[in-house]
Design a protein around this ligand. Structure first.
Ligand SMILES: Nc1ncnc2c1ncn2[C@@H]1O[C@H](COP(=O)(O)OP(=O)(O)O)[C@@H](O)[C@H]1O
Ligand SMILES: [Mg+2]
Length: 318
C-alpha cells in the first residue's frame, strides 16, 4: 500500500521500444502538493516517464500507481475516470485552431460534466482569470502569442479542478521573459490550488525555479532524486573541492551547470561528442574548437565511465 499523501508511485518501471530499453527500472514518488521536476538530456526518457504517469503507455515491467490505482489494471472507462483528475499541458498547448480560447477551455467542461452552459461560461472565466488571460477569451489561437497559448493550454488543463498537473517542457519555444512568467504561474498555481505537479524539462533555470524536488534521469535510470537544495549544493560546489565528489556527482554537477568540461566529455575520441550534445544539449567541438577536452579526472577515465558511455551507445540511445 502506498501512503495516502503519495499521489504517484512508480515502481521499478521498465519500458522497451523494440530492442531499445528506454526506462530501465525507474522508481519515483510524487506527494500531494509538491512540484517534482524530471530532468535530463534529450532522449533520456522524460516524456516516456510522463506518458506512463498519465496511462498512455503501459509498462513492460513494474507498475505505476496514480491516486491509489494501478493504471495497467484499469479498463478504458476506469482510466478515463482517473484522468479527469489530471491536468495535462502539452508541449504545443495543443489548442483547437477553429475555436476561441474560451471555447477551447469550455469544450473540456462540456465533454466531461453535465453543467449548464451559463455555469460553464462562468467557470471558463474563472480558469482564464487564474492564468491572467481573460482579455483574450474571444481570440483564436492564431491571434495570440506563444506564451498566451501556453496560458490557454494551462487554463484548459485546470478546467476540471485537477489533483495532479503534468507539464511536458512548459517553456519550450518561449523567450526567456515569457518562460520565466510561465514558471511563476506554475509556482502560483501549485501554491494556490495545492495540486501536485510533475514537470518535465531540460531547462535548468526553470527547473531550479519551480522544483520542490528534482529527479535526474539518465538513459532510463534515476541518477539522483533529492530536494532542490541538494541539487543546488551540487551545482554550486566549488571547483577547488571537486576531488570530494564521486563520479556520479561530477556528472550531475556538469549537467546542472551546462559545463562543456567534465567527466562526460573527458574522452578525446569523436564519438563522445555526440554524447555531450545528447546530454548537455551543447556541441562540445564547437565550444572548444575541436580539441579534446580537459578532464577533471585523470585522462582515460574510469571503467565506470567507459562502461556507461559504451553501454549507452550500444543500446542505440539517441
Ligand atoms: N513511441 C515510441 N516508439 C519508439 N521509440 C520511442 C517512442 N517514444 C520514445 N521513443 C524513444 O525513447 C527514447 C526516449 O524518448 P523520450 O522519453 O521522448 O525522451 P525525452 O523526453 O527525455 O527527450 C528516445 O530514444 C525515443 O526515440
Ligand atoms: Mg520529451
Amino acid at each position: 500500500m502506498t501512503q495516502p499523501d503519495v499521489v504517484i508511485s512508480m515502481k521499478n518501471l521498465v519500458k522497451r521500444f523494440g530492442d531499445q530499453t528506454v526506462l530501465d527500472g525507474v522508481n519515483l514518488e510524487v506527494k500531494r502538493g509538491e512540484t517534482v521536476v524530471i530532468m535530463g538530456g534529450s532522449g533520456c526518457g522524460k516524456s516516456t516517464t510522463l506518458r506512463h504517469m498519465v496511462g498512455s503507455l503501459i509498462p513492460d515491467e513494474g507498475s505505476v500507481e496514480v491516486l491509489g490505482k494501478d493504471l495497467a489494471t484499469l479498463t478504458e472507462d476506469e482510466l478515463n475516470e482517473v484522468r479527469k483528475k489530471f491536468g495535462i499541458l502539452f508541449q504545443s498547448g495543443a489548442l483547437f485552431n477553429s475555436m476561441t480560447v474560451a471555447e477551447n477551455v469550455g469544450l473540456i467542461l462540456e465533454e466531461h460534466t453535465d453543467l449548464d452552459a451559463s455555469i460553464i461560461d462562468m467557470m471558463v472565466k474563472i480558469k482564464l482569470e487564474l492564468v491572467d488571460l481573460r482579455e483574450a477569451a474571444e481570440k483564436y489561437p492564431a491571434q495570440i502569442s506563444g506564451g498566451m497559448k501556453k496560458r490557454a493550454g494551462l487554463a484548459r488543463a485546470l478546467a476540471l479542478d485537477p489533483e495532479i498537473l503534468f507539464y511536458d517542457e512548459p517553456s519550450a519555444g518561449l523567450d526567456p521573459v515569457t518562460s520565466a512568467a510561465i514558471d511563476q504561474l506554475i509556482i502560483d498555481l501549485t501554491t494556490r490550488l495545492g495540486v501536485a505537479s510533475v514537470v518535465v524539462t531540460h531547462e535548468m533555470d526553470s527547473a531550479f525555479t519551480i522544483a520542490d524536488r528534482m529527479v535526474m534521469l539518465h538513459h532510463g535510470h534515476v541518477l539522483m532524486n533529492a530536494p532542490r537544495a541538494e541539487f543546488e549544493e551540487l551545482r554550486d560546489w566549488p571547483a577547488e573541492r571537486m576531488s570530494e565528489l564521486d563520479e556520479m556527482q561530477l556528472l550531475i554537477r556538469q549537467f546542472l551547470r551546462g559545463d562543456p568540461e567534465g567527466p562526460m566529455t573527458e574522452h578525446g575520441e569523436g564519438g563522445e561528442n555526440a554524447y555531450a550534445i545528447d546530454l548537455l544539449g551543447i556541441d562540445n567541438s564547437k565550444l572548444t574548437g575541436g580539441r579534446s577536452v580537459q578532464s577533471t579526472r585523470a585522462a582515460g577515465g574510469s571503467g565506470f565511465w567507459r562502461g556507461l558511455l559504451r553501454g549507452s551507445r550500444e543500446k542505440g540511445g539517441t
